[in-house]
Design a protein around this ligand. Structure first.
Ligand code: DGI
Ligand code: FE
Ligand code: FE
Ligand code: FE
Length: 187
């Protein structure tokens, strides 16, 4: 699918703010793909659709998770986590995207997962460092991302975990498993 057609489809699903975020993720993901040897067209498509389900009713996302046999422990954690797997399903069935690497990059963009593929890492990181983001720690992550993909991922996951801890929020286990996997593989 061409960029303009894909952007038109997601624009209808998103707020103005979230659409601008999406364009930022797209540009960042293409840059990271070129830097780290991923396919820029796959990065572009995954980035454009990554937040497709962000504004779906919680009940709809819950239904998809149950009916599709996605991990039901997601339902015990923040609904913020649901748009990633629900999005992968909806992007396939509503927008007709069939590339399983693109769909997995969407599926795992919020929690990550152990043994992340290159494209998954790029979308996770692009979502975190796109130019519209301005939270503490993002500038450090941008600098690390210039030369060290896994290092930047570790930095962003640590930041996300400590943000959740400070707010007394539960952390989804896969977020910890992703952190452990990346740290172990650096030694
Ligand atoms: O959709 P975006 O806002 O662009 O970014 P995202 O898909 O990375 O979602 C970020 C939100 O998800 C943020 O509110 C924190 C939350 N989140 C990320 N990881 C976890 C999490 N929430 C819980 N409970 N546990 C997690 O591991
Ligand atoms: Fe998201
Ligand atoms: Fe994210
Ligand atoms: Fe996002």
């Amino acid at each position: 699918m061409e960029r303009e057609a894909a952007l038109q489809i997601v624009k209808e699903q998103l707020t103005e703010h979230r659409y601008i975020h999406t364009v930022g993720v797209m540009e960042t993901a293409i840059t990271l793909a070129k830097r780290y040897g991923a396919n820029p067209k796959q990065a572009e498509l995954a980035a454009i659709f990554h937040d497709y389900a962000k504004f779906r009713p919680k009940e709809d996302m819950k239904k998809i998770i149950i009916e599709q046999g996605y991990p039901e422990d997601l339902l015990d954690y923040s609904p913020e986590l649901w748009h990633a797997p629900a999005g992968a399903y909806l992007v396939e069935h509503e927008a007709g995207i069939t590339d399983s690497e693109v769909l997995d990059a969407i599926r795992y963009h919020t929690s990550g997962r152990p043994r992340m593929r290159l494209l998954e890492k790029i979308i996770y990181l692009a979502d975190y460092i796109e130019p519209g983001r301005s939270f503490p720690g993002v500038e450090d992550t941008r600098i690390i991302a210039k030369s060290d993909l896994d290092g930047a991922l570790i930095h962003s996951i640590k930041n996300t975990i400590s943000f959740l801890l400070k707010k007394n929020q539960p952390v989804y286990p896969d977020t910890f498993l992703t952190y452990n996997d990346l740290v172990k593989n650096r030694r």
